[in-house]
Design a protein. Structure first.
Length: 314
C-alpha cells in the first residue's frame, strides 16, 4: 500500500503526532490550592505522581496560566506542577502592607510549597521572574535539581543591558514616588498586549485569552503596588548573579535553553552567557518574542521531551 520509504516515513510521523495529540487530550489537569504562611497558593498539577517532576515557574505579569498548553504535552510521562506566586493568578494577593513582596520571599514561599506538596527532586522551568525565584531555590538545594529548562530567564548582566531596564534601574537607585509612577505604564493593557505580541512572527496566532486573563488580575485594587514592589526588588537579583553562575559551574545541571530571541525585555544577549558556565547545555533560539510558548509551544514541548528522556531518569 505504501510503496515508497517516503510514504512509510510520512505515515509513521503522522501516527506519532496523532498519538501525541490523543495523549495530550486525555491528560487530567488538577487545579488545587495549598495553604502556606496563611496564604492560599494555587497550582496546576498533572501526570503520574511517581514520574520525574517538572516544576514550572512563571514570569511577569502572568501565572501558571502561561503553561496551560504545555502541561498536557508533558504530563503523560512527567509529574508536572505549576504554582502561582502570591499576588499572581489565583493565589492570595495580600496588600503590600500585609506581605513583603520581594524575590527572597517569593522563593521562600515556593520552597515551602515544594515541601508541602512533597516534591523531592525536580527539573525547573525558569521563565522571566521564574529565573530569580528558581535560581535561589536551586542554589540553596542543588542536590534536588535534576535539570534546568530556561526560557527567557536571566542570570547575567548582559541580559538586562538594554533600554527596557533603564527606568527600572533608576527605580532601584531611587525608590521615589516619581520613579515608581513612571513604571505604571508597564501595567496597562497596552503594555500587557505588547509583551505577548512584540517580536512574534504572526500576531494572529497569539491567543487573546492571555492578556484577557492577565489584565483583570493586574487591575485589582492594590495590585499595582505589588508590581512596583517587585520591580524594585528585582534590583536584588543582579548582585546574586555571580553566586548563581557559581552554582552552574560547580554543579553543572543538564540544561535546555529555549529562548525567544526577539524579546525586548530579556533578549538573546542574556542567553549566550550560559555557554560560559555550562558544559551540558542544549541551546535553541526561536524567532519569537517574550512568551515563546505562545507561538512555539509545540516545538518547545518536543525539545523538552527529548531532553528529559535523555537527561532525567525515572
Amino acid at each position: 500500500m505504501f510503496s515508497s520509504l517516503k510514504q512509510r516515513s510520512w505515515l509513521i510521523v503522522t501516527l506519532a503526532a496523532l498519538m501525541s495529540a490523543t495523549a495530550s487530550a486525555e491528560v487530567d489537569v488538577r487545579y488545587r490550592t495549598v495553604e502556606i504562611d496563611g496564604l492560599e497558593i494555587f497550582y496546576r498539577e498533572a501526570g503520574p505522581q511517581d514520574a520525574p517532576t517538572l516544576l514550572l515557574l512563571h514570569g511577569f505579569p502572568t501565572s501558571s496560566h502561561m503553561f496551560r498548553d504545555l502541561i498536557p504535552q508533558l504530563a503523560d510521562k512527567y509529574h508536572v506542577v505549576a504554582p502561582d506566586y502570591p499576588g499572581y493568578g489565583y493565589s492570595s494577593a495580600p496588600s503590600v502592607e500585609e506581605f513583603d513582596y520581594t524575590f527572597d520571599n517569593l522563593a521562600a514561599i515556593v520552597t515551602q510549597f515544594i515541601d508541602k506538596v512533597g516534591l523531592e527532586t525536580y527539573s525547573l522551568y525558569l521563565m522571566d521572574y521564574g529565573a530569580p525565584v528558581g535560581f535561589r531555590i536551586a542554589a540553596a538545594a542543588p542536590e534536588r535539581v535534576d535539570s534546568l529548562i530556561i526560557q527567557n530567564g536571566n542570570a547575567y548582566d548582559e541580559g538586562i543591558d538594554n533600554d527596557f531596564w533603564k527606568p527600572i534601574k533608576k527605580y532601584w537607585a531611587d525608590r521615589s514616588t516619581e520613579n515608581g509612577d513612571a513604571l505604571r505604564s508597564l501595567l496597562t493593557i497596552d503594555a500587557t498586549k505588547w509583551q505577548y505580541t512584540h517580536g512574534v512572527r504572526n500576531v494572529d496566532v497569539i491567543n487573546p485569552d492571555t492578556w484577557d486573563h492577565v489584565q483583570p488580575l493586574l487591575d485589582r485594587p492594590g495590585n499595582q503596588e505589588i508590581q512596583l514592589a517587585l520591580f524594585h526588588s528585582y534590583g536584588s537579583n543582579p548582585p546574586l548573579y555571580a553566586a548563581w553562575q557559581d552554582y552552574l559551574r560547580k554543579h553543572q545541571p543538564p540544561t535546555l535553553i529555549v529562548w525567544g530571541k526577539n524579546d525586548a525585555i530579556f533578549p538573546d544577549a542574556g542567553a549566550y552567557p550560559y555557554k560560559r558556565d555550562l558544559n551540558d547545555l542544549e541551546f535553541h533560539l526561536f524567532d519569537t518574542g517574550h512568551f515563546a510558548l505562545e507561538e512555539d509551544g509545540a516545538e518547545i514541548a518536543k525539545l523538552m521531551r527529548d531532553f528529559l528522556a535523555r537527561k532525567v531518569s525515572r
